[in-house]
Design a protein around this ligand. Sequence first.
Ligand SMILES: C[S@@+](CC[C@H](N)C(=O)[O-])C[C@H]1O[C@@H](n2cnc3c(N)ncnc32)[C@H](O)[C@@H]1O
Length: 297
Amino acid sequence: MKPIDTNDAVQSSSPETYLYVRSQNEEERKRLNKQYNFMKHQFREGRLVHDPSLVLSPDVSILDVGVGTGAWLLDMAKVLPSTANLYGVDISLDLVPDVVGYFPNLHLSQHPVTSLPAEWTNKFDLVNQSLLFLGLTKDAWPKALSELFRVLKPGGRLQLLEASIEHWHARPGSADHKMECMGRRLYKKHSLFEDLSSKMSPLLSAVGFREVTVDLKGIPVGPEAGNAGREGSETLSLAMSQLKGIVMQYSGLGVVGSEEEFDHIVCEQKREWDEGVNTLGLTYFISCARKPRSSKL
Ligand SMILES: C[S@@+](CC[C@H](N)C(=O)[O-])C[C@H]1O[C@@H](n2cnc3c(N)ncnc32)[C@H](O)[C@@H]1O
């Protein structure tokens, strides 16, 4: 097979297609919950709220964007009094478990982040968004962030947990390099920011956010991190395997010829992490920002 150029130009296709083809089943719910718990303990240090100066009043209003299985919102519902107003949106609510029904103060609805309800202007004290980096194109990010700005109260806080691929420079010939190549081609096809962590601060400032922070943090993957590293490579490998659907929709993106070949590369990439041959190419980061108190919106 000819060497892979990770920068190969590819024809752009519909940017509306969400990059990972979500299987709406119990297995996917389990995977997302496992990933959420791993990120919570190994990346967020157990914290649900990242700005240490934020005090949540008993009647606080909170929005979670892209709720997935609702794990973060359910965690918040468990620690906050029933007077707190908890809202969640997603383009699909199929993965939310029935247990949300036990919380009368928890409201879920189907909306894309780029078009939130008009009546939510200046409504929320805190907005949380986690792992939408495969769902938002370069054009969608400014629209999404201006919607999040609009729905926050003046003085309200935003926290984002996202990932970026700009520091992914795998060793040529490795399975990780093949995954990097497929990743970069998908990013180009879907017009996603490869350097999202660098873009985040200017994007947030451009829509009016202030006190912007972007905190890049490592995720334990590989032998040096012991049990956490094993859990990390398992969790991230399962996330990589979710790209199979979209890669095969593009006939393997010039890297793989079959589903079996894709599966093999995912297994090999995990082995490379477990043996310490390659490190994780994705860079995860937490970004916090505040809507100015004086904002007219
Ligand atoms: C990888 S999951 C993350 C779920 C959850 N936030 C977490 O951290 O576990 C991404 C979620 O974002 C949702 N999503 C994708 N694009 C979206 C959009 N434009 N607006 C709202 N939700 C979106 C998907 O349906 C999916 O549930």
